[in-house]
Design a protein around this ligand. Structure first.
Ligand code: SAM
Length: 284
């Protein structure tokens, strides 16, 4: 019997994916998790009915969440990833050889264990890298209590449902502000502006209360159905998102010009050129 798996995130919009082979389908301690193979998207993981990852397009989101803030910052030594249990953002972050440490704070250990088993190419050994530290905890608690300060904080979270809802609150962002080193950058998974505009507007509104510069950038990941995905951006240095393309290219060259499938210096700069309907959501 053919099985179709439905994404249930949006009120009036649903997508169904054919599951050619289901590898895991059960509740974890925190959420409903399914992993299956699909002819068009490759291996797919969904949490609470929402696509988190597909092997055919994960490079888009993971490269853009990691490389835009790291090349914008230019001298980051310590990175914190909140969520990100699939290991894809961690993989890309660790390609920056000058980085001293990458801490991944994930609430659900099952996500890490199942992704190790069923998506080995996504983390590509990043979990076992000597610069990696894995913390199983709620991100809100971690940023509120840590004594460490991070140059870049990447919030690779689920949507504001289930355990991820707290990661879109003023309290959580205030915790991130507290855990950022001076000149640091906060980047957040902030949904699809076309379908989740109020979510982006609210997050950027909170950022504006705490940071001198609050904005967003975009990248289109085919398996995040509904248009471009937004990445919330918060820092006190408004020049970091206005770097010229040649300056970004120089930093890329200095980092060894490692091969990428989506991120390029031109794409980096263009990602901040927001279409009017998105700009309306992020401007004060
Ligand atoms: N890139 C995906 C997206 O944009 O939808 C997100 C992928 S990643 C798998 C999301 C992770 O956030 C999940 O593994 C989930 O367990 C984790 N997460 C959700 N709420 C969390 C919390 N409060 N603290 C830490 N991790 C959390």
């Amino acid at each position: 019997m053919e099985r179709w798996v439905e994404e249930t995130l949006h009120a009036g919009f649903r997508v169904r994916l054919k599951a050619d082979r289901v590898l895991f389908d059960s509740e974890t301690e925190h959420q409903q998790l399914i992993i299956f193979d699909n002819a068009d998207y490759g291996r797919v993981m969904m949490l609470d009915g929402v696509v988190q990852l597909s092997t055919k397009d994960e490079f888009v989101y993971h490269e853009m969440m990691a490389h835009v803030p790291l090349f914008a910052h230019g001298r980051a030594k310590k990175v914190l990833i909140i969520g990100g249990g699939d290991g894809g953002v961690l993989r890309e972050v660790l390609r920056h050889e000058n980085l001293k440490s990458a801490t991944l704070c994930e609430i659900d250990r099952s996500v890490i264990d199942l992704c190790r088993e069923h998506f080995p190419e996504v983390s590509a050994g990043a979990y076992d890298n000597p610069r990696t530290r894995i913390v199983i905890a709620d991100g809100t608690k971690f940023v509120a209590e840590t004594d460490e300060r991070f140059d870049v904080i990447l919030v690779d979270s689920t949507d504001p449902i289930g355990p991820g809802a707290v990661l879109f609150t003023r309290e959580f962002y205030a915790g991130c502000r507290r855990a950022l080193a001076p000149g640091g950058i906060l980047v957040t998974q902030n949904g699809l502006p076309f379908l989740q505009g109020p979510e982006l507007k609210q997050s950027i509104g909170y950022f504006r209360e705490m940071f001198d510069d609050a904005y967003a950038y975009l990248a289109t990941t085919p398996s995040y159905f509904g248009g471009p995905m937004s990445f919330g951006w918060a820092t006190d240095d408004g020049d970091l998102r206005r770097l010229r393309q040649d300056a970004v290219e120089r930093r890329y060259a200095d980092a060894g010009a490692f091969p990428t499938k989506y991120w390029r210096s031109e794409v980096h700069v263009a990602a901040f050129a927001l279409p009017t309907y998105v700009r309306e959501l992020v401007k004060g």
